[in-house]
Design a binder for this molecule. Structure first.
Ligand code: ADP
Ligand code: ZN
Length: 741
């Protein structure tokens, strides 16, 4: 595309299908390039957009002009724009929407903040002007906000305006302004305890690790796209393989991108990265402030960090010299974005690898069925680590049948005798135990024993979860809160009881059963404040806690040597979800949580409580036999036409008026059926969503299913086009959905 074209195609963060055309003003002709940000008029506002191409002719007359260029150099390279274009197309979104999802918020705003100084101090209006200029000279570029903090309540803003008018400072743009700061600062990262030391030197690889690394050697050296599925049991040294692969790539001067499910849950991986690559790591995570995030972006874009680690959205990190992408725990559901453009971070990582031409390593002890299927069918290369490092044994997994234990089926007793006995013994020996339940709060719901009334959220069709510590019932979807009523709101009887258990009740019960044990809890309720999660984890790591109770937060990558016992309170809670991946999820969570046990010298033991001990997921979980699980699971998937054999697109229609939403959904399904009659796409529904109302919006759904992806995506696009624009009902498209509640 000719960079000197008269018209620029600009993608703006708005739900439009195509980039908009703007005239390039004389002053910018020849300077503007694809991949630069510009300020453009849109309606009555001015918004930030990204130039994605040029044209000689305008398709319409009288187009508006680009107001301003925001970058002096290209911020987004071809590969980045190609990735966004691919993702927009695949996830049925506009390029503008995709860019809005991919870019840090700072990059999308209009305000200009940085004051970079230029020396021409002629006309000062007072001391403040001189002091501001001095500060800029000494410290380099600063944002007006930072200057405001330096000179509180002294009218910095008007001083800057005066200085700018006099030509003494230039109000530059963030990009330029943060350069110097970025070079000085160390990578921002979640709070860490100073006393945890991690050795920087690489250990001698095990034979399996050597074999795996050896088989990717050529790929790491010569580059080229290939997806490698590293299937290694928990504790088999996958992370060490990533580190050494990254080292290979780094020694060629290239960057590595590491995706992890959640940064706050992987403090140990960060420790290891920083110990191995000191000063060369950039971390992207959701708790960064805008300025911190921008600083990290800048370091990455400039190649000042050769190791980039972050959660899902880091797949859009602006690394221009990518030599390797690693997706750790590739099966993890948090890679799926559940709002806006619903992309999958792992899948986009593979696409990005293909676009830039570099290898992609997907690692897991329990690969997703899709990835394992791809490896089996030869699309990915399978690499396996079958043994734990130093021949540590896999933990012994026992299944406890709650049915045969009276009182427990009704949920009165949370701990079966075998689990309680094991907990006591473990504690007496000074060893650590991990207790897992995939539900937070004290009671799942409050129900009246006299009339059956269940306390519900007034905005969602969901029962409220009771939290004892906060004396209130909460909606886990919209955070609605209500104090626990004394009497039943339905019949007035004083018979509201707390039914079902969450982690809060487990902790409560444990304190009663083992009064001497030091007990901690890790779930969304205890990890709210910044750094809280890491603090709990660090005291767990240092052995200051005997028992840690938690939700799936405790199941992920932790490596704590003292943990020898893992208890799963109720495996059924995930097994019974209305989701075709429920069994896969349960198998994964049991294997992962079991993988926390016995990682040091002592062997581990895992006790799983369930009401359905005969379920097909338990045999393979006991035997640490992923292929056995995969074989049975894929039989069902094939039979029912689910991924990886057929693909899904989930269409949700929602709105404030239930009748209108229902009508829209029915109309849409009818129109789709009329047109899809001859196409290989199955249209299921419409039906009310399992959560039929959420935050006062009524929800219906239509499921598209088919083995032919292009036909499926075409149908999804048609659905969007068929849907009348307006407020009554909106459509949300979810390609390869994970959450269909
Ligand atoms: P995974 O990622 O597969 O769960 P890790 O890479 O975390 O496994 O390795 C598990 C433990 O073994 C870690 O404590 C790690 O430091 C250690 N480890 C990994 N590779 C080796 C090795 N070759 N020699 C000694 N220890 C190792
Ligand atoms: Zn609610």
């Amino acid at each position: 595309m000719d960079a000197r074209g008269k018209y620029a195609l600009v993608a703006v963060p708005a739900p439009l299908q195509e980039p908009l055309t703007y005239a390039v003003p004389e002053a910018l002709a020849g300077r503007l390039q694809a991949g630069m940000r510009v300020l453009v008029p849109l309606g009555r506002r001015r918004v930030t957009g990204v130039v994605v191409g040029f044209q000689r002719e305008s398709p319409v007359a009288g187009v508006k002009e680009v107001s301003e260029a925001l970058d002096d150099e290209v911020l987004f390279d071809r590969a980045f724009l190609d990735l966004c274009r691919w993702a927009a197309d695949y996830y049925v979104a506009s390029l503008g929407e995709m860019l809005a999802t991919a870019l840090p918020p700072l990059l999308r705003t209009e305000s200009r903040v940085v004051a970079a100084f230029a020396a021409d101090p002629e006309s000062f209006h007072g001391d403040l002007d001189r002091e501001v200029l001095d500060a800029l000279r000494k410290r380099g570029p600063l944002t007006p906000a930072a200057l405001g903090r330096l000179f509180p309540r002294r009218g910095v803003k008007s001083a800057l305006d005066r200085l700018a008018a006099a030509g003494a400072v230039t109000l530059g743009e963030r990009l330029r302004g943060h350069v110097r700061e970025a070079r000085r600062r160390k990578a921002a990262r979640p709070e860490r305890a100073a006393e945890t030391a991690v050795p920087g030197a690489a250990p001698v690889l095990t034979r399996e690790q050597q074999r795996v690394l050896g088989s990717m050697e050529a790929r790491l050296r010569d580059g080229g796209f290939e997806t490698l599925l590293l299937h290694g049991v928990t504790g088999s040294g996958k992370t060490e393989v990533y580190l050494q692969a990254m080292e290979r790539v780094r020694s060629r001067g290239l960057q590595s991108l590491v995706l992890v499910p959640e940064i706050a849950l992987t403090p140990q991986l960060l420790d290891r990265l920083e110990a191995r690559f000191p000063g060369d790591v950039a971390v992207l995570h959701s708790r960064l402030t805008g300025a911190e995030r921008w600083r990290q972006w800048w370091r990455i874009a400039q190649g000042l960090a050769r190791v980039v680690v972050g959660a899902r959205s880091a797949v859009f990190a602006p690394a221009r010299a990518l030599g390797l992408i690693v997706v750790d725990e590739e099966h993890d559901y948090s890679y799926k974005q559940e709002e806006g453009v619903r992309y999958h971070g792992r899948d986009l990582a593979v696409v990005r690898g293909r676009i830039v031409g570099c290898p992609v390593i997907l690692g897991s002890a329990t690969p997703s069925v899709e990835s394992y299927h791809n490896a089996r069918s030869g699309r990915y290369r399978m690499l396996e680590l079958t043994e734990r490092v130093e021949a540590r044994p896999m933990p012994a997994v026992e299944i406890v049948d709650l049915k045969s234990r009276p009182g427990q089926a009704a949920g009165e007793k949370l701990f079966s005798e075998p689990l309680l006995r094991a907990l006591r013994e473990n504690h007496e020996q000074g060893l650590q135990s991990l207790i897992f339940l995939n539900r937070r709060g004290f009671a799942s719901f409050l129900q009246c024993w006299a009339c059956g009334f269940v306390v519900q959220c007034p905005r969602c069709s969901i029962s409220l979860t009771y939290h004892l510590g906060r004396h209130s019932a909460f909606c886990h979807h919209c955070d609605f809160r209500q104090r626990k009523p004394d009497a039943c709101p339905g019949c007035g009887n004083l018979s509201l009881s707390e039914v079902g258990a969450g982690t809060e009740r487990v902790e409560h019960e444990l304190r009663r059963l083992l009064p001497k044990a030091r007990i901690g809890r890790m779930d969304r309720d205890t990890t709210g404040p910044r750094g809280a999660q890491e603090r709990i984890f660090r005291s767990w790591e240092k052995g200051e806690l005997d028992i840690l109770v938690g939700t799936q937060m405790v199941a992920k990558g932790h490596d704590v040597g003292g943990v020898t016992l893992v208890g799963v309170i109720l495996a059924d809670s995930s097994l019974n979800l209305p989701d075709f991946r429920a069994v896969e999820k349960t198998f994964q969570i049991i294997s992962q949580v079991a993988g926390r046990a016995g990682r040091a010298l002592r062997p581990g033991r895992v006790i799983v409580q369930t009401l359905v001990p005969g379920h097909y997921c338990f045999g393979p979980a006991r035997g640490h036999d992923y292929p056995a699980f995969f074989a049975t699971e894929t039989e069902f998937r094939r039979e029912l036409g689910y991924p990886p054999f057929q693909h899904l697109v989930h269409l949700r229609i929602d709105g404030a008026d239930g009748d209108k939403v229902a009508r829209s959904a029915r109309d849409l399904a009818r129109d789709l059926r009329r047109r899809e009659a001859r196409e290989p796409v199955e249209i299921l529904g419409p039906a009310p969503a399992p959560i039929a109302r959420l935050r006062n919006r009524y929800r219906w759904q239509i499921l598209l299913k088919g083995a032919n992806r292009p036909a499926l995506l075409a149908a999804a696009r048609r659905a969007v086009a068929l849907m009348p624009r307006g407020r009554a009902a909106r459509i949300h498209v979810d390609v390869d959905p994970y959450n269909m509640l």
